[in-house]
Design a protein around this ligand. Structure first.
Ligand SMILES: CC(C)(COP(=O)(O)OP(=O)(O)OC[C@H]1O[C@@H](n2cnc3c(N)ncnc32)[C@H](O)[C@@H]1OP(=O)(O)O)[C@@H](O)C(=O)NCCC(=O)NCCS
Length: 375
């Protein structure tokens, strides 16, 4: 049935759905609160970026250490919550496990019943600490290990790597992971943030809005792409096979994960940072093949499809070099994006109006009821 093109058919492309002061993508430049992502990736830490997203300006040393302390303290998942969450099946998809665990946290949050601005900031800070604790805890539990609490006085990047491995991470891994967290922190009205804002706009609550966002992030057209990139690299296996493999995939008209973008048509500004990190880590670990394979695939897809890599493409090999299991790549996206989600949820509530678009009806009209025995 032919249907007229509508905004919905076009995936709401280029539709302005809200105003925001948190994040902009203009002329291919991504900025948080007016700070170019390139400068933040080079000079800032993820704690400063978290502060910037929540409060609108860069922190002083005292403000940063206060926020990092609150995130580490708030990141402890209460024992009663763990008791419930430990019952979720550890063989499940990690994003489904995380979505349900975050939803369960609301039963134990001291501010659950308070939807006011101050309580929501407290919840945002706790969730920023708790999501990494859950993600690392999930991986530890399935390996038969106990979840670990974050340590006070350490950055979010340090804490996550520590909570995952149980070992104090080296400085290069912490710096690399910190830049990854900065690059994933926010992205204007991406699909998961939009979901979170829609849920918040009904005057539901912070945990429901973040749960909606996690469910949306899970899909392979959004956050799930980084995991699929690694699955592809593992199938390819080595750099010498990469060109033939990717040409076959293009000939089959496969969608190549980690390429293309709804907004950036001249390249995702985050990709070059991740490419650099992947190359440096590959050399450091003496295992350049994942980076090399990625470069070959990138070259062929650019040449043949005119598609450029997005944030997910080189983050796959970078996370792999950091020793992170492939199936928690997308949950790690949530460890960073929770800052953007919660900043947007708070912004939505500060100037709230229900988000309720319309659909253009394209179905049959003037139908009449026929009794069931006559159909
Ligand atoms: C990100 C994405 C969903 C944007 O999609 P979109 O704006 O709706 O663009 P469309 O899906 O309409 O694609 C437009 C054209 O480019 C092609 N295309 C887009 N991304 C492609 C990809 N990764 N591999 C192969 N072809 C792709 C489509 O097949 C389509 O071609 P057609 O017009 O001949 O049918 C899409 O590029 C994609 O699926 N990428 C892979 C998943 C991914 O990496 N997601 C993470 C995004 S940060």
């Amino acid at each position: 049935m032919a249907t007229p093109a509508t905004a919905a058919d076009a995936g709401l492309e280029d539709i302005i759905a809200t105003g925001t002061t948190i994040c902009s993508i203009e002329d291919g430049v991504l900025a948080y609160r007016g700070f170019n992502i390139d400068e933040l990736a080079e000079k800032a830490g993820f704690g400063e970026v978290t502060y910037l997203l929540f409060y609108g300006s860069l922190p002083t040393k005292a403000q940063l250490s206060d926020l990092e302390g609150r995130i580490a303290e708030g990141g402890k998942v209460p024992a009663e919550a763990w008791k419930l969450i430990r019952q979720f099946p550890l063989k499940s998809n990690p994003m489904e496990w995380l979505r349900t665990a975050v939803s369960a946290l609301s039963f134990f949050d001291p501010d659950t019943k308070d939807n006011g601005a101050e309580a929501n900031l407290r919840k945002a800070i706790r969730l920023t600490g708790q999501i990494p604790t859950l993600v690392a805890g999930f991986d530890r539990l399935r390996k038969g290990q106990e979840p670990l609490d974050p340590k006070a006085g350490q950055s979010q990047a340090w804490n996550f790597l520590y909570q995952l491995t149980g070992k104090e991470p080296d400085a290069t891994s912490v710096k690399t992971f910190d830049v990854c967290l900065i690059l994933h922190a926010d992205h204007e009205l991406n699909a998961s943030t939009f979901s979170g804002r829609v849920t918040a706009a009904t005057l539901s609550d912070m945990h429901s809005a973040v749960t909606s966002a996690i469910g949306t992030l899970k899909g392979p057209l959004h956050g799930g792409a980084n995991e699929q990139v690694m699955v592809m690299l593992e199938k390819v296996g080595d750099a010498a096979k990469a060109e033939g493999w990717i040409r076959d995939a293009l000939a089959r008209k496969d969608r190549i994960m980690g390429f293309g973008h709804r907004v950036y048509k001249n390249g995702d500004p985050r990709a070059k940072h991740l490419m650099r990190l992947s190359e440096a880590l590959g050399k450091l670990k003496g295992e350049t093949k994942w980076y090399e394979m990625s470069r070959v695939i990138d070259g062929v897809v650019q040449k043949e499809k005119k598609l450029l890599p997005n944030v997910d493409f080189y983050s796959a090999s970078t996370y792999h070099y950091l020793g992170i299991p492939t199936d928690i790549f997308t949950p790690i996206f949530a460890c960073s994006r929770v800052t953007g989600w919660t900043a947007h949820i708070m912004e939505q509530l500060a100037h709230n109006r229900l988000l309720r678009p319309r659909a253009e009806y394209q179905g049959a009209r003037d139908q009449h009821y026929v009794p069931i025995e006559k159909r």
